[in-house]
Structure formats: C-alpha cells, structure tokens
Design a protein around this ligand. Structure first.
Ligand code: TTP
Ligand code: MG
Length: 565
C-alpha cells in the first residue's frame, strides 16, 4: 500500500499589509490597513486586535481605531507618480487605476524561494498568497535518512524511542485533537511534514521578512482548513484520527467550495456545518444536487479528498482593465487610459519575460460601449508591438490599443476598457543570449542579436558612463534581469522625454529592489519571543550562514539533531 500523502498549505499572514509594512518600514505592532479607494482590502493583526476588519470603510475604521495607518494600493495614472508613500489623500478613481503588481512580485519571490528549498516537492500556487505543497517524496527521503542513521548509530529522540516523542519532531505545531500517536506511521509522516513546514516558514521569514501560517495534513482540503486555524505565524497539524471531530463543527464557509451559492442552498436545508451535511439524509442530498455532486459533497464534509497537488501552468494571458463610473466619449481621455493600462500591462510583460523568457504575440482590446445597455464586452485583436525596434514600450502598447479602438465598432460612449496580452511564445534564443550592453552602446553593440538590440538609438545611457558590464540574460538571476529590464524602461522613458527631462520625473516602478528589513518588525510584538515558529527562526538565524545558499539548507537532521547521546 502506498504511504500516506503529506500535504502542506501555506498562507501568508495579512499579505498585502506585510508587503506594504516591509516596503515602508512600519513595525508589525502598528495597526495597518491596505485600502483601495475608500474600502479596506487587507488588515494586519494589530488592526484586527483593535476590531478592524476587511471591507470596512476607511472612515469607519479610523473612527474605530484612530491609530490605524492606511496605505493605498499602488495606482497608475495619477499625478503623484505611483503612490509611493502612504498617499491616501489624493486618490482619484476617475483618473487612476489600482495596480497589484507589488503583491504579485512579492508572491513570485516567495514561491521561488519555496521552490529553491523544497526542490523535490510539488508546489501548486493556489492564489497570490497561498500554496499547496505535496512533500510526500521529501518525507520519504527524510525518514529513510533517519532510519539509515539509526541503523548505524545510537537511537534518536523524536521518532521511536519516545524520549521526546513525535512532538519533538513536529515541534512548533499545534496538533489538533491532542498528542500524536508514537506508533502510527501516518503520524510519523505528518510530524516529518511539520518539520519541513517549519523549515520553509523559517526561510520565508528569515530571507524575505514575511510571516506565514501552515496546515499539515493528509490532503489539500484538510491542510487548507488547518492553516487558517492558528493564524498568524503558526502551523497546525491534523492527524487522521482528529478529522471527524474537526469536521463535525466546521462552519461550511470555512470549507473550500462550500461558500457562495452552495452554502446558501445547504443553509436552506438546515445545514451550516460540515457535520450537519454529513448527517443529512443522503437521498435528500442526491435528490437536490444529483448523484455525483452529492457524492463529492459527502466526501468533502467528511474531510476526504484525493485531489492532487498540481503545478499550475503559466498564465496564458494577462490583462489590465478599467471600468468607468460614468460613460465617456472623450477620445483624449480614452487615449490617456490606454497609456495607464499600457503601463500596467507592459510591467507585467516585463516581469513575465524575466521569469519565463517568452513574449506575447497578440494584443486584444476589450471594451464595453455603444450606449446599448453597456453590458456586453466586445473585443478586437491585433499584433503586440514587438520587443524590438519599438519595444513593448508603454507608448507603443497604448498606440496599438488606440488603433484597435478606432477600428472597432460601437465603442462610444464607453464604460469599460481592457487590454490583454496573449499567445505567448518562447523568446528567441538570440533574445535570451543577447548582450545587454548593446542597449547602452557597449562592446557588444555591433552584434546582430539581442533582446533590445533595436532599442531607440537616442537612448542616452551610452553617454552616462554607468552601464552594467557585458553579460547575457542567462548569466544573471531573475531579479537582476528584471532590474536590468526596468533600467531599460527608464532609459526609454528618459529618451522619450528628451535629454533635458529631470531623471526624477521618469516614472519608475517601485518594488524592484527589496529593502533590507528587520524580520522582527514583521511580527506582532506578542509573538516575537513566544511563537514556536519564531523559536525556529531564532534557531535559523544562528544558522544564517547555512541558509545563505538554497543548497545548504539545513536538513531535518541538522535542525532536530541526529542522535541522542
Ligand atoms: P487572504 O489570504 O484571504 O487574507 P490575508 O493574507 O490578508 O490575511 P490572512 O492572515 O487571514 O490570510 O488574502 C490575501 C490577500 O488578497 C489580502 O492580503 C488582500 C487580498 N484580498 C483582496 O484584495 N480582497 C479580498 O476579498 C480578499 C479575501 C483578499
Ligand atoms: Mg493570507
């Protein structure tokens, strides 16, 4: 029989708040909310402790908690650049659009780090701040290593001799339903998974400054329930024997896929918890939802799921959109909006390029207009300006979008505009290997190959004397590539505004470089010394040198001790 699976669900704590607090150096103890226009879309744990919740209006929240600091999400199209500071005062929804790129970048960093540490694990990105990780293969390996070590040396605490027990191994976890069972192979595997979760969380905290919570269980459904049980900055393990007790009182809204319409339908049948659905007559569920759906529901409410953890495919398209409160027929305003949308799309394309080395070939315009109820989206597609002579500059994208708009029918008055990039194809080898220096008139400039060999000749960087030395895109890490590509954007912007433009008038996307941060600042103060997860982090910080390289990550053995003396 196959060994039991071990699945982790990792979810960042108050994610948008942590990203903003790290960026602005705001300690975790300060109540913070991230706002989009006048509503809060994320609140940190200090704010939650003061009674603030997501979706409160900012004004109401500030009345409730005068100390609350609010940070507006980045916006594009405003007069004050990218909303670098708290900048909540001058946001204008009619001229600006929200941009979540900052959070997407942090998400990419976190997932890349997890991949680099848990190379053998299958990692599925579930949303911007959560992943499922199937660590079964890692657990197999770690347990084999321990068994081999046991065979050649004194027996150790943590697995079989009972001195420390499994709790020594699952150290740092809250175990649902009491202590682990020393004799259970499943519990041994989960305990090993818990140690891996601890290590991953420690690295995210140590290297990126973010805290997260984790659930450790035998399937995705239970792991997700568990990760939310003891937030922030903790991890929760669900042994199989605790499942019936856990599910019996679990509110349906905490069970994935049971919110929304299905939750309302089940509530109408008198069921508000998973246990109540499990107790409901099966025939009645089958009559109401059909045989297949009822069977799936019954499995889920009993905590049973065999859904695999799957690596998600790369996104097939990316979109930037803006809905207008009032219909507009102002072509100059529409042109301006295409620039704003072009800025967002261009930024995402550059990030995607640096991560996946691919370019989209198609630009699609979607719009809602024509005054006919404004309800239907229409679209028109055309070629994406190439990352070549014209480059995917904001101007080029905006111009291409405007051309599509002018060719389209029933566009005015317009209530919504969106542009999207599709048909991704691998960037040509020449593009990947081209020497960046040729952008800047360096020694490689005479080569015919290269990503931006055709970037405008007017780029003034060659006269600035501070260009990077020659290297290919393949030789630098992803973050560096991104920065280089951003530099190119700055150079382009500079060039397009003429040599007299002041450098600080150029719009540069923030967030390219992570600022050093004291990891302690990201923890609520009450957790700074007591959390077991933090204890690991202290432990890990003593091992900072070993954490420097992903290949030198501490193994379970190094974290938990090889043998009992
Ligand atoms: P969540 O993980 O649901 O929330 P969170 O990370 O802020 O807090 P928790 O510690 O409870 O996990 O969502 C991740 C981010 O997604 C959140 O920081 C903001 C954003 N978000 C929205 O913009 N709107 C929403 O309705 C939700 C649920 C999240
Ligand atoms: Mg979260």
């Amino acid at each position: 029989m196959a060994a039991a699976r071990v699945i982790l669900h990792i979810d960042l704590d108050c994610f948008y708040c942590q990203v903003e607090q790290k960026r602005l150096g705001i300690p975790a103890s300060v109540p913070v909310g991230v706002q989009q226009w006048q509503g809060l879309i994320a609140v940190n744990y200090a704010a939650r402790a003061a009674g603030i919740s997501r979706h409160m209006r900012v004004q109401e929240a500030k009345q409730h908690c005068p100390d609350l600091k609010t940070v507006h999400v980045q916006t594009l199209g405003g007069s004050d650049g990218n909303g670098e500071e708290y900048g909540t005062a001058n946001r204008d929804k009619s001229t600006e659009k929200a941009c979540l790129e900052r959070y997407r970048r942090a998400s990419v960093q976190i997932i890349s780090l997890l991949h680099s540490i848990a190379e053998k694990a299958v990692i599925e990105k579930a949303s911007i701040d959560e992943v499922y990780i199937d660590v079964s293969a890692l657990v197999d390996q770690e347990l084999q290593e321990r068994a081999a070590a046991d065979a050649h040396g004194p027996r150790r605490a943590g697995l079989r001799d009972g001195t420390e027990g499994l709790h020594g191994f699952a150290w740092g976890s809250v175990v649902v339903g009491g202590p682990l069972d020393e004799g259970s192979e499943c519990d041994q595997r989960l305990a090993c998974g818990a140690a891996i979760a601890c290590r991953l969380r420690g690295a995210v905290r140590e290297q990126l400054g973010f805290t997260c919570s984790a659930g450790i269980a035998g399937n995705k459904l239970l792991a997700k329930i568990a990760s939310a049980m003891n937030k922030p900055n903790q991890q929760t393990l669900v042994p199989s024997r605790a499942v019936p007790g856990l599910m019996s009182d679990l509110p349906l809204k905490k069970l994935r896929n049971f919110g929304g319409k299905l939750g309302i339908e089940l509530e109408a049948l008198g069921c508000t918890t998973a246990g109540e659905v499990a107790q409901h007559p099966q025939a009645a569920l089958e009559a109401r939802f059909g045989l297949q759906r009822a069977a799936w529901m019954l499995q889920a409410v009993n905590g049973i799921s065999d859904e695999p953890v799957q690596v998600r495919e790369k996104v097939k398209s990316m979109l930037a959109a803006k809905s207008f409160d009032a219909p507009t027929s102002d072509l100059a305003a529409i042109k301006r909006w295409f620039r704003v949308l072009g800025e967002e799309l261009s930024d995402r394309m550059l990030n995607d390029y640096s991560e996946h080395h691919r370019h989209p070939r198609t630009l699609t315009l979607s719009y809602r207009g024509g005054g006919n109820g404004y309800s239907t989206d229409r679209s028109k597609a055309g070629p994406m300006p190439r990352f070549g002579k014209e480059g995917p500059t904001i101007d080029a994208i905006a111009e291409a979008a405007m051309t599509l708009f002018q060719k389209a029918t029933e566009t005015l008055p317009c209530t919504r505009l969106a542009i999207s990039a599709h048909d991704f194809t691998p960037a040509a080898l020449t593009e990947q290997q081209g020497a960046i220096t040729k952008f800047f008139g360096g020694p490689a400039a005479t080569s015919s190959a290269g990503v931006a060999g055709d970037i405008p000749q007017s780029t003034p960087s060659s006269s600035k004397g501070s260009q990077p030395s020659a290297f290919s895109l393949e030789e630098v890490d992803i973050e560096r590539q991104r920065r280089i590509l951003q530099d190119i954007r700055v150079q382009q912007a500079f060039a397009s505004r003429g040599p007299d433009a002041a450098p600080d008038s150029i719009s540069v996307h923030p967030g390219a470089i992570s600022h050093p941060v004291d990891p302690q600042k990201c923890l609520p103060s009450k957790l700074q010394s007591h959390s077991a997860g933090t204890a690991l982090m202290h432990n890990a910080s003593n091992k900072r040198k070993r954490l420097d390289s992903p290949r030198k990550q501490p193994t379970l053995t190094s974290l938990f001790g090889r043998s009992k003396k």
